[in-house]
Design a protein around this ligand. Structure first.
Ligand code: ATP
Length: 429
């Protein structure tokens, strides 16, 4: 884990938020490469779930919602941790993390009695701060989907079964933090609410568990580092009929990457109750009217990024030298190709290398680098997971060919300058 955290900072993937002020606990900033990786991950998820399926629509709802939403969803009354506080060091702990001795796990001090702590971040809207102006930073993106269910059905003429997908920020005032970005107070979720006819919910639930498990392996996570863990009945959230977590074998242990829940008709019914609006679905063919059941695959962007980084980190010996590389899926790699001139004091070589870079930039994220020796430049690109390095040398000026080096096999191909773009487009598919 230390190696990943250090690589993330050193190479511009993830920085601590507000670092110059000593940081803000459990909030993180994505640096230049992290921002690219994050965009690529979201794109891959959106592509698989929205573009490539014909039964899912996209949505981008606002973070701030009517406060009644959170009463209906149960978050105001139920989204709580039970905490105890240490009388000596004043640190709060979740009751589950206290040992049999009932002492502070940090300093051994005496603990207070248990009290409830709501995880939602409250804020006030408008110029007057009062109980009436209170609202919350959303703790999940799901509710933005539920309240728009009828809007999407009507505007897109959707028939059940179909789903609504959304990616966006969520906020939780987490008590237990740590493990880098794994548990943050501000994070991003990728969620689908898939609306089905009651009675077909179990079949769809199992389909989505498999679908989501396979998505992670498709993008390169090793199967042996993933597992499905079905929740026991007493572990289920108040709204759920069933739930399976997809867990990843993080360096700190198996932990949840994504949860797939059968949320039944709980949310839509609750919103019907509190809003007074009819959110039933009318089936034209069977002339039935019903409140659909919902299967929810809910994953975290930040946890996924962490899993993809951990899973692709490699250390090996090449010619007696340590080689660190990120064997990350090409679709996710922040930079797809780096163009490196072998001699930076030869203007014709530099020009050709820059021309190639500019041409590649039209298709994907490519960069030019001449700030070190070639060995060092390769090492840098390996460490940030760039799948292809293109080297322009003296021979390139006469044979009009360049060397394309593959990150994982380190095999080098000599390719005509005019063919580089096509060659890479094929490889990056
Ligand atoms: P945990 O048990 O780890 O707190 P959870 O079961 O509360 O997670 P859900 O409410 O199911 O999480 O949220 C769905 C997904 O959102 C999680 O699988 C995770 O990937 C992501 N997520 C939830 N809370 C956080 C957080 N504090 N930081 C980063 N990602 C989070």
């Amino acid at each position: 884990m230390e190696k990943i955290v250090s690589l993330c900072k050193r190479r511009g993937f993830i920085f601590q938020s507000s670092e110059i002020y000593g940081g803000l606990a459990s909030t993180w900033d994505y640096g230049p490469l992290g921002a690219e990786l994050k965009r690529n991950l979201k794109e891959a998820w959106w592509r698989s779930n929205v573009f490539e399926r014909d039964d899912v629509e996209g949505l981008d709802a606002s973070i701030l919602m009517h406060p009644s939403v959170w009463i209906a969803s149960g978050h105001v009354s139920n989204f709580e941790d039970t905490l105890v506080e240490c009388k000596s060091c004043n640190k709060r702990h979740k009751i589950e993390s206290i040992g049999k001795d009932k002492k502070c796990p940090l300093c051994g001090g005496e603990l207070t009695g248990a009290h409830q702590f709501n995880l939602m971040l409250k804020t006030n809207l408008g110029p007057v701060k009062s109980d009436l102006s209170v609202t919350y930073m959303r703790p999940e993106t799901a509710q933005g989907i539920f309240v728009n269910f009828v809007n999407v059905v009507n505007s897109m003429r959707r028939k059940i079964p179909f789903g609504i997908a959304q990616i966006g920020k969520s906020f939780r005032n987490e008590v237990t933090t740590g493990n880098f970005t794994f548990r943050s107070r501000e994070f991003e979720q990728m969620e689908i609410e898939f609306f089905v006819k009651p009675g077909t919910d179990e079949e769809w639930y199992h389909k989505w568990v498999d679908e989501r498990f396979n998505w992670y392996t498709k993008f390169g996570i090793k199967k042996e580092n993933l597992k499905k863990r079905e929740h026991a009945k007493d572990e289920l959230a108040h709204y759920a009929k069933a739930c399976t977590d997809i867990e990843y074998n993080f360096p700190f242990g198996w932990s949840e990457l994504e949860g797939i829940a059968n949320r039944t008709d709980f949310d839509l019914k609750q919103h019907m109750k509190l809003s007074g609006q009819n959110l039933e679905y009318y089936d034209d063919e069977t002339k039935e009217r019903y409140v659909p059941y919902v299967i929810e695959p809910s994953g975290g962007i930040d946890r996924s990024i962490l899993a993809f980084l951990v899973d692709s980190y490699r250390e090996e010996k090449v010619k007696d030298q340590k080689r660190v590389s990120l064997a990350i899926h090409k679709a996710l790699a922040p930079i797809k190709a780096a163009v490196l001139p072998l001699l930076r004091n030869r203007p014709e070589i530099v020009k050709l290398a820059k021309d190639i870079t500019n041409d590649l930039k039209k298709s994907f994220k490519a960069m030019y680098d001449d700030t070190a020796s070639i060995g060092r430049l390769y090492r840098r690109q390996d460490e940030i997971g760039t799948p292809y390095c293109i080297t322009v040398d003296v021979d390139s000026l006469s044979d009009n060919k360049v060397t394309v080096r593959d990150r994982d096999t380190m095999i080098q191909d000599r390719i005509a300058v005019g063919m580089v773009k096509e060659f890479l487009a094929e490889k990056l598919k």
